[in-house]
Design a protein around this ligand. Structure first.
Ligand code: UT7
Length: 343
């Protein structure tokens, strides 16, 4: 799926962003106390120094609500101004109902439409695309998009190849009509042949939870790390380039690139091939690890805080994740009020 927004009847952008991560920080040394690994290996292979961990009793909605409230505040809106909530997550509060329903109730959004969207680490970009399309079609005016994941609940803490990678967090964005600029293009894709490269075997209808699935540890993540690494380095480049091509721009036209924060080596490879200089690339994987659907909106929140989302800034985002999915969105922030930077 690929499209430019050139011929759209209105401009649609992001007018506020927010994020929330749990207070508890787990360092590489903390993990090395329990497993055969070490800080140096983790930093060299991933760029990760630490991650935030929610811990028992904290669910996806608990992080989503503060992130959403901050995004609303920065957009100058009340929860009652929202008419649709999309929560991108693979780690919902419960198998059903949607975490979006919980968020809608807790922020006081009233009886708005609300649903979850599952596209792994690409979920936030998929959700932005849905929000954009829904507004352009005239079905909604203001949409709250949340990307949230607490994958530390799904990692096998005995598996040093996966547990070092993930952290918990939530990020949110308000999508609405803007006077100028806004989203310029989108590109989304998926290769279902890679389902078993990154998945949780049990807990769904294929293998419902049972004593046997628990005994087999089948409720934890399985990942073919090398395969996912190869996939991610390839599609991060092709997806970003496709979104640029669709909008008629080149890598040199990008002011800030926000890649999914999975592994610093994946990011380094992609930006080198794309030809985007390091100073334009947003990286926080060192502090948060891979927060899945929250990774890009947490970056956006930090960029807003740092005053980087000013008028005329062209931002390219690319997500890659389980599915295996990928997606990019190119946005011109000039129509998006202030991205929350001055709130
Ligand atoms: O959103 C997408 C989510 N997933 C990803 O982004 C994962 C993408 N993949 C990766 O980031 C990398 O494949 C990993 C970081 C997971 C692994 O790095 P790698 O350079 O591909 O290592 P490897 O799997 O090829 O393993 C090399 C060695 C192995 O030892 P042997 O077989 O050579 O003796 C592993 O057992 O490193 C070992 N190893 C570790 N050693 C110390 C694996 N994990 C660790 C560890 N500490 N944590």
């Amino acid at each position: 799926m690929i499209a430019s927004t050139k011929s759209a009847p209105i401009r649609v952008g992001i007018t506020g962003v927010g994020s929330c991560v749990p207070d508890t920080v787990m360092t590489n040394d903390d993990i090395a106390e329990r497993l055969q690994t070490n800080h140096e290996w983790i930093v060299e292979r991933t760029g990760i120094h630490q991650r935030h961990v929610a811990g028992p009793g904290v669910a996806a909605s608990d992080l989503s609500v503060p992130a959403a409230e901050l995004a609303l505040k920065r957009a100058g809106l009340a929860a009652s101004d929202i008419d649709l909530i999309i929560v991108a997550t693979i780690t919902p509060d419960m198998p059903f109902p949607a975490t979006a329903s919980v968020v809608a109730d807790r922020i006081g959004a009233g009886k708005v439409a609300a649903y979850d969207l599952q596209a792994g680490c690409t979920g936030f970009v998929y959700a932005l695309t849905q929000a954009y399309s829904t507004i352009v079609a005239g079905l909604a005016a203001r949409i709250l998009v949340v990307g949230v994941d607490l994958l530390t609940n799904y990692v096998d803490w005995e598996d040093r190849g996966t547990c070092i990678l993930f952290g918990d967090g939530a990020g949110a964005a308000i999508v609405e009509e803007v006077p100028a600029g806004g989203f310029l293009s989108f590109e989304l894709g998926n290769d279902g042949a890679g389902v078993e490269d990154l998945y949780v075997p049990a807990g769904g209808t294929r293998q419902p939870a049972s004593e046997a699935t628990v005994a087999a540890n089948d409720h934890t993540m399985r990942m073919n790390g090398r395969q996912v690494f190869k996939f991610a380095t390839r599609v991060m480049v092709t997806s970003a380039q496709s979104a640029l091509d669709a909008a008629g721009f080149e890598a040199a036209d990008v002011d800030l690139y926000v890649p999914h924060q999975a592994n610093k080596r994946i990011i380094d490879h992609a930006v080198k091939v794309l030809g985007i200089p390091e100073e334009k690339v947003v990286v926080n994987v060192d502090r948060f690890g891979n927060t899945s659907a929250a990774s890009i909106p947490i970056c956006l929140d930090e960029m807003a805080e740092a005053g980087q989302l000013t008028d005329g800034v062209r931002v390219l985002m690319t997500g890659v994740g389980t599915g295996l999915t990928w997606g990019s969105a190119l946005i011109d922030w000039s129509g998006g009020v202030n991205g929350g930077a001055s709130a």
